[in-house]
Each structure stands twice: as structure tokens, then as C-alpha cells.
Design a binder for this molecule. Structure first.
Ligand code: RUB
Length: 342
């Protein structure tokens, strides 16, 4: 590796440069290494946005990861494979539960080419394909799901799912008279984003606390929620509280539908891997005076698992599928394009 040395005085103010090597000389990284570092900083900033939930929701996270890899690829000048691998790792290690992130990164990273120019072109084109997949899937899910929404019905939804809202909004747009009951979705209150979106679209909406689900379920005609991951055996992983809604819906014989793009299906589970449920900081749940109570333990899992027996149907961009078909979606639709890791 080429190493440059300069006098200490000439690097004052360049806080990101390397440490002192000896005497009055300071090691600094060669210019190309510095620019790569600055570019990687942007990837790390993107990763922070996912971690802190400034960018959230499985579809948005996936699209954002593909966009971040695309823009990093556009800027990388040396060691394309190694640099892209580093960026992919940084993004993958942000939130563990939504498989959409893993699938997005894997899809984009399956680029090929003889030299760096070809590889760059291939990666950028794959990123664009994935972004288009996200955008078009929503519309298709909306169209397909609309047919399952009856006129004059009350729909319950949980958290804030762009796929579920696509179904609800397109049903409303198609002229159906619908109302929505939305849960607030503690602790991060994504339900507030949902009710804002729904009321802006002119859809009559009622906001309830999560614990009021069973109280209201008798009035509901169907439940539509999104997905972070669908496993090979058809189970749904979605925002904490989803499985309680499914339980209440089953008891009340209310259809429970999941709106999920096919990139929410998990190839990893086909290989026997279990889905990791993210547990977030307890500061999201309790104030410091409660946190400091002696002997108290607080837990904050962000997602839960709804077994397939509670799910009536999964609305995907390739059609309505029963949860029992998850295995086929993973094998036939996702295929080996994202099955083998990059
Ligand atoms: C969001 C959440 C959403 C799914 C589906 O959790 O559980 O229901 O991600 O959303 P968080 P979408 O807010 O913790 O990311 O349909 O938009 O992909």
C-alpha cells in the first residue's frame, strides 16, 4: 500500500486523517483512500437513517438500500468489489427483521461484468430494476387487493404499511365506501402516520389504542396489514401486536389479509434460518423514572410472529396466494437470483 507522510503542521484541521506515526511526522492516507472514506461516510449516514427509523417500513428500507448502493457504486473509483461488499455489510447490519433489506442488497449485489466499468453498469442496472420492482408492486397489490374489499366495509390496519395502504387507498379510489380503524402502534406510533395518510386521502378513519383491538373487532369486516417477512412455512413477521390482532380476528371470524410484495418472502428461512426479532431500546417504551425502578425489567420487541393458520390470504403483486404457497413463491419467483448470497 502506498503511504504518504507530511509534516504535522500541514494536516491541522483535517480531523479524519490518520494518527501520528512518529517524530513530527503524521501518517495520512493516500488521496484515493480519503475520498473512498468520505463516500463510505454517506453509506454509513444512510445506515444510521435506517437504524434510527428516519427511514422505516420494509419496502422503504429496501428501496433506500438499493438507492444507496446505486449511488455508492456511481462514486466508487477503485476496488469496486471490495468497496461494494463493505457498503452492503453496513446496510445489512442495520435492522435484522425485515427480509426486504436482505433481499434488496442481495439482488443488487448479484452484478457481473469483466471489468470495473461493466460491473458498475451491471450493479446500477440491478439497483434500478429493484427500485422499479418496489414501485410497481405497490400498484399491482392495490389493484388485486381492491377486489377483496367489499363495498360499505370497515377495515382494520396496524402500524404503517405502504402495501396495506395501497390496498385501502385503491379500494377507496375505485368508489367503494370504506372506513378504516387504525391502531396507534405503540411504542413508535406509526399509526399516526397512517391516519395522516388516510385522512389526507379523504378516507373516514378512526384511531384506537392497541389494546382496544378486541373491543372493535366485532365491527370490522376485514383486517389488512403489511409484512416485514414471510417465512417459507407461510408465517408472517410484522409490527409487534399484529399477532394479537390476528388472534382476535380469527375468534371473531373476520378475514385477516396480508399485503406483501414478493421480496418480503424469506429465502433464508427455506434454509432453516429463524427470523431474528429486533428488540429496540427500552427508552422507546418507558420514561427514565420508570426505567430506574429497582427490580424492573422492560422489554421492547419491535415485531412478532403470526402463524399461517391465522392468515386468510397474502396479497402479492403476482396475485392472491394462500400462506401455504410461500415455499413456491420463494423457489419460483425469487428463484436463485437472490437465493445464494453475494
Ligand atoms: C413497519 C412495519 C410494517 C411493515 C410493512 O415497522 O411493521 O407493517 O414494514 O410496511 P417499522 P411496508 O416501522 O418498525 O419499520 O408495507 O411499507 O413495507
Amino acid at each position: 500500500m502506498e503511504v504518504s507522510y507530511v509534516n504535522k503542521s500541514s494536516v491541522i484541521g483535517s480531523s479524519f486523517l490518520g494518527g501520528i506515526v512518529g517524530g513530527d511526522k503524521k501518517y495520512i492516507k493516500p488521496p484515493n483512500q480519503i475520498t473512498e472514506q468520505i463516500k463510505m461516510k454517506q453509506v454509513k449516514q444512510a445506515a444510521r437513517k435506517i437504524k434510527t427509523m428516519e427511514v422505516r417500513g420494509a419496502a422503504r428500507i429496501a428501496k433506500f438500500a438499493a438507492e444507496t448502493l446505486r449511488s455508492y457504486a456511481e462514486r466508487v473509483e477503485n476496488n469496486f468489489d471490495a468497496e461494494m461488499k463493505k457498503a452492503a455489510e453496513v446496510l445489512i447490519n442495520t435492522r435484522p427483521t425485515a427480509v426486504s433489506l436482505y433481499n434488496a442488497v442481495n439482488y443488487v449485489m448479484k452484478y457481473d461484468g469483466e471489468d470495473e466499468t461493466e460491473k458498475k453498469r451491471s450493479l446500477i442496472s440491478r439497483a434500478e430494476d429493484f427500485i422499479e420492482w418496489v414501485d410497481t408492486a405497490h400498484q399491482k397489490i392495490g389493484e388485486i387487493g381492491t377486489r377483496r374489499i367489499k363495498d360499505n366495509s370497515i377495515i382494520m390496519t396496524h402500524c404503517n404499511s405502504s402495501a396495506a395502504l395501497s390496498v385501502i387507498k385503491s379500494a377507496f379510489k375505485s368508489g367503494k365506501n370504506i372506513e378504516v380503524i387504525a391502531t396507534e402502534s405503540r411504542p413508535r406510533l406509526q399509526g399516526h402516520i397512517t391516519v395522516r395518510e388516510l385522512t389526507e386521502a379523504g378516507i373516514p378513519t378512526t384511531l384506537i389504542v392497541d389494546s382496544a383491538v378486541r373491543y372493535f373487532i366485532e365491527n370490522v369486516d376485514c383486517v389488512v396489514v403489511g409484512a416485514d417477512t414471510i417465512t417459507a412455512n407461510g408465517a408472517l413477521i410484522n409490527k409487534i401486536g399484529t399477532s394479537q390482532i390476528a388472534l382476535a380476528a380469527k375468534e371473531a371470524r373476520v378475514p385477516f389479509m396480508v399485503a406483501a410484495e414478493t421480496y418480503k418472502f424469506s429465502p433464508k428461512t427455506l434454509l432453516g434460518e429463524l427470523v431474528e426479532i429486533e428488540e429496540r431500546d427500552i427508552q422507546e417504551v418507558v420514561p427514565p423514572e420508570i426505567m430506574s425502578l429497582k427490580g424492573l425489567k422492560v422489554r421492547n420487541p419491535a415485531f412478532d410472529v403470526t402463524p399461517r393458520d391465522y392468515i386468510d390470504t397474502i396479497i402479492t403483486e403476482i396475485g392472491m396466494i394462500p400462506p401455504e404457497m410461500a415455499y413456491l413463491v420463494i423457489k419460483e419467483r425469487l428463484g436463485y437470483a437472490i437465493f445464494e448470497e453475494y
